[in-house]
Design a protein around this ligand. Structure first.
Ligand SMILES: [Zn+2]
Length: 224
């Protein structure tokens, strides 16, 4: 509860232009509140005096992550079926051949069964060449989603306030942040993530982000 008081005092002073506590401290108090899941943490776009920037908060968008995960699960199912179906068919054909060898007497029948087995092997090889990379890459993406290496960030555009979202790699250092245009006002936005290690949630990381408004050096101001 002491966080509340600090935050409200600091916020008053901060927005009146006389910072009571430095930006970092303000950020840390906000982080703590967000960590405890408080709804009092500001969500609207605001300015940082020190960084001379406008930014808004972004949060982990689980629905987007689930949507992406389900697509990758489908891709994984597709890849593994390409891998497995020819193998199962070949085994099935071989099993049928061993069951009824009496029916395939004659050189023509032998050639046909030989061709069928060559076909089966070809499909198996092709299937594993195409299917295995597809399946393994989808497994890697799903693992990344679980570990939160790739997160969906959702927040308000600092310029127009519309909801924007992006998939951001959180394992990258902050020197290569994700940039995207707002789909409404077309201003250039930069998504930055902060990763907190949590011990409680099965080694998963806790991610929160910020959306910064980048100036295009006044180009857009005269274009519209
Ligand atoms: Zn916008």
């Amino acid at each position: 509860m002491i966080f509340w008081m600090i935050l409200f005092q600091a916020r008053e002073a901060y927005y009146s232009g006389k910072p009571l506590i430095v930006d970092d401290m303000f950020d840390r108090v906000e982080m703590k509140l967000r960590w405890y899941g408080s709804k009092s943490v500001v969500k609207y776009p605001r300015c940082s005096i020190r960084r001379q920037s406008t930014y808004s908060d972004a949060e982990d968008d689980l629905s987007q992550v689930f949507a992406l995960a389900s697509i990758w699960i489908l891709i994984f199912a597709f890849g593994s079926s390409i891998c497995l179906v020819p193998i199962i068919c070949t085994i099935g054909l071989a099993y049928q051949d061993t069951l009824g060898p009496a029916t395939s007497i004659g050189s023509q029948a032998n050639v046909l069964t030989f061709l069928a087995s060559v076909n089966g092997i070809l499909f198996t090889v092709l299937g594993s060449i195409i299917g295995y990379p597809v399946a393994s890459s989808s497994v890697r993406v799903l693992q990344g989603l679980w570990r939160k290496d790739l997160v969906a960030l959702k927040g308000a555009c600092p310029n127009c306030g519309e909801e924007v979202f992006a998939f951001v790699k959180s394992d990258q250092p902050n020197n290569s942040p994700h940039r995207a245009d707002c789909h409404v006002c077309e201003s250039l936005l930069e998504f930055r993530t902060k990763v907190e290690q949590s011990n409680s949630r099965l080694g998963r990381q806790w991610v929160y982000g910020r959306i910064y408004l980048l100036s295009r050096r006044g180009r857009n101001r005269y274009q519209r």
